[in-house]
Design a protein around this ligand. Structure first.
Ligand SMILES: Nc1ncnc2c1ncn2[C@@H]1O[C@H](COP(=O)(O)OP(=O)(O)OP(=O)(O)O)[C@@H](O)[C@H]1O
Ligand SMILES: [Mg+2]
Length: 250
């Protein structure tokens, strides 16, 4: 039976909830789950467990701080994948509020909480307000305009915003927030080497297969320039720098 003490511990500490769901959190996962910061940027390797951790946080929020939780990604396929992780975590727990309504993209609990997965279009998200928690999965792929539309949803609730992603070039709101966004963000950086479930021999093989450029982006979480950019960001910045004298002027 789930004891009152255990329930209290789970209520105070989302890391206990993730543990109860069968996944003892890694140190960085505990740090995120226990942080009281309102805004988080997670720059994490592929398969490091970023979606699962946010799924645990979404479940914790829905159980212990009833209200609206939104899962947003650039494409519905991605946000519904995150939603599946939410359901998976929820089903592994005991002594939780009953599910009142459930679909492929949303969950409603008897305490009034709703967890909803949305596609990344501004028109779709406009209808929602007053969220307790907004999770932006693969955030570096989310358009600047969408991000601008998301923030007002937290205005009245003092809600939390968590953006999780691998890097995607030196551009876009996530890159800007990570590099120049100031102290208002709690930043967590996790490379594949920080993840105990990713084998180092496997990583070496992966590097040989996908090549250095992609490996640095996907597993070492570096903001390397995107493939399609003909000139690197450094070259473009140098070209725009008024202190650099063009070679062709004598
Ligand atoms: N603390 C943990 N203990 C055990 N398994 C974990 C833990 N964290 C994550 N996992 C498992 O690791 C795998 C990858 O997790 P997840 O999908 O959350 O990673 P991700 O960083 O979002 O990956 P991707 O880059 O593919 O989106 C999943 O099978 C998940 O269940
Ligand atoms: Mg993921």
């Amino acid at each position: 039976m789930h004891s009152l003490a255990r329930d209290l511990a789970r209520g105070f500490d989302p890391a206990v909830l993730m543990d109860e769901a069968g996944m003892p959190p890694d140190p960085w996962q505990s740090d995120l789950l226990q942080s009281t910061a309102k805004r988080h940027l997670l720059l994490c390797s592929r398969q490091s467990g970023k979606s699962t951790t946010c799924a645990a946080l979404a479940v914790h929020s829905a159980i212990y701080d009833p209200g609206l939780v939104l899962l947003i990604a650039h494409a519905q396929r991605q946000s519904s994948e995150l939603f599946r992780k939410v359901l998976d975590v929820y089903r592994r727990l005991t002594d939780v509020p009953a599910i009142v309504r459930e679909s492929a993209l949303s969950l409603e609990l008897e305490n009034g909480s709703r967890i909803i997965a949305l596609p990344g279009t501004e028109a779709t998200i406009r209808g929602f307000s007053g969220a307790k928690l907004i999770v932006l999965d693969e955030a570096s792929r989310i358009e600047d305009a969408l991000f601008a539309g998301v923030r007002p949803m937290l205005a009245t609730t003092q809600g939390r915003l968590i953006a999780l992603t691998t890097p995607y070039g030196r551009r876009g709101w996530f890159y800007e927030a990570w590099e120049n966004g100031g102290a208002g963000w709690n930043r967590i950086r996790v490379t594949a080497h920080d993840c105990p479930r990713i084998d180092s021999v496997w990583l070496d093989e992966e590097r040989a297969i996908i090549g250095d450029w992609q490996f640095r982006q996907e597993y070492l979480v570096e903001f390397v320039d995107t493939d399609e950019q003909f000139f690197s960001s450094a070259l473009i910045e140098a070209a725009l720098d008024p202190t650099v004298r063009p070679l062709w002027i004598s």
